[in-house]
Design a protein around this ligand. Structure first.
Ligand code: SF4
Ligand code: SF4
Ligand code: SF4
Length: 352
């Protein structure tokens, strides 16, 4: 029997006819999804590079080596440990960190995304994730990617949760409020952004070795840092576990071509799952874009089918809303003037 316009023959089992629903809009978005994701990722990466350059110019001004450039608050996004300390103080006292408010805002936005939009922060926004994805693309072209055996993959994936547990123990569990207040008022905390810059400008031998090792491993092993070591991603994954969005697979429509699993940057075996709630899932939707069977992989929110574009819209929209809220409510700019920061930097950062 010949398939009709709304049916097609299963590629793996020609005797089987599969029914699909033509949906022009969904198809259009699905086709362009990888390019759209890359564009969003590159936009955030470019913004991050611009922030890094502006902060470098500000840093040079504090050393009297360049004309004044305003300090970009978004640089505080690179201080997640400080943000975790600030979050604990905020929860216990209601005091929002005034020295690094953008850092806490960005952290809260990422947590909120984790709760509501899977690991969308990792899949669409985080610049480190973008670099990791770009490395993965190059490795695929160079054919240098290794597939780790399951017995090694699983314990390695557990490493990031161990690192997260260590931070949770040291900060959430053990650090008393007085110690938190002392830490946040300390010169070390106030100059944390400058220290982060120095880490890149004047790396120690150990830091250089670790960085090169991670880069080399990322060329050989897909998304090495994100999948195995990043505690930030581990936290977002745990939050995402109970989130409203999930990808579901209709086994009746699935031709078991495995393209979804091959393309998945988190190496999830999508082809064998019915509902995908893995804490490793980035919400990147790449699996849905490569699936050759219409409606086989679908996005659901609270168990109802929703269009694919809803997830990136929620991710970018929520993130942008936090930024707007912080700008309008005074939770973005530090309360330390540029001159005060210059004095602190000169006293605690520039003197040997
Ligand atoms: S795992 Fe960490 S580094 Fe990777 S994308 Fe997520 S937050 Fe960024
Ligand atoms: S399962 Fe799909 S959405 Fe999740 S990380 Fe893999 S490719 Fe991306
Ligand atoms: S769900 Fe995966 S295995 Fe099934 S048809 Fe789609 S891409 Fe192929």
């Amino acid at each position: 029997m010949q398939p009709t316009a709304f049916e097609k023959t299963c590629v793996n089992n020609p005797g089987r006819i599969m029914i699909f629903t033509p949906n022009g809009k969904a198809n259009f978005f699905r086709q362009h999804l990888p390019r759209l994701r890359l564009a969003v990722q590159l936009a955030f990466l470019s913004f991050t590079l611009w922030v890094g350059w502006q902060f470098y110019l500000f840093y040079q001004w504090t050393r009297d080596l360049a004309p004044y450039t305003p300090r970009p608050p978004a640089v505080e996004g690179f201080l997640p440990i400080g943000a975790l300390v600030a979050l604990k103080r905020f929860v216990l006292t209601g005091d929002f960190d005034q020295a690094h408010p953008a850092g806490l805002t960005i952290f809260l936005a990422a947590l909120c995304l984790g709760l509501l939009a899977r690991k969308g922060f990792c899949g669409w926004i985080c610049p480190v994730g973008t670099v990791s994805n770009l490395a993965e693309r190059s490795s695929k072209k160079l054919k240098t990617l290794l597939t780790l055996p399951g017995w090694l993959n699983l314990p390695l994936m557990g490493l990031k949760y161990l690192i997260l547990a260590l931070f949770a123990y040291l900060i959430i569990w053990s650090m008393p409020l007085t110690a938190i207040k002392d830490f946040m008022a300390s010169p070390y905390s106030l100059t944390a952004d400058g220290r982060m810059l120095l880490f890149f400008l004047e790396p120690s031998g150990l830091a250089l070795t670790i960085t090169f090792a991670i880069i080399a491993l990322s060329i050989l092993i897909r998304n090495f840092w994100c999948r195995f070591l990043c505690p930030y991603g581990a936290l977002l994954g745990l939050l995402a576990y109970a989130g409203p969005f999930a990808i579901t697979r209709n086994a009746d429509l699935c031709s078991q071509c495995h393209q979804c699993s091959t393309t998945c940057p988190a190496e999830i075996k999508v082809h064998s799952k019915d509902t995908l709630r893995s804490p490793e899932c980035l919400g990147c939707l790449e699996c849905t874009a490569v699936c050759p069977e219409q409606d086989c992989l679908q996005l659901k929110a609270c168990n109802k089918n929703v269009p694919l574009w809803l997830l990136p819209l929620v991710i970018v929209g929520l993130y942008g809303s936090f930024y707007l809220w912080a700008r309008l409510s005074g939770h973005w700019q530090t309360n330390l003037s540029a001159e005060t920061l210059k004095i602190i930097y000169q006293k605690f950062l520039h003197t040997p």
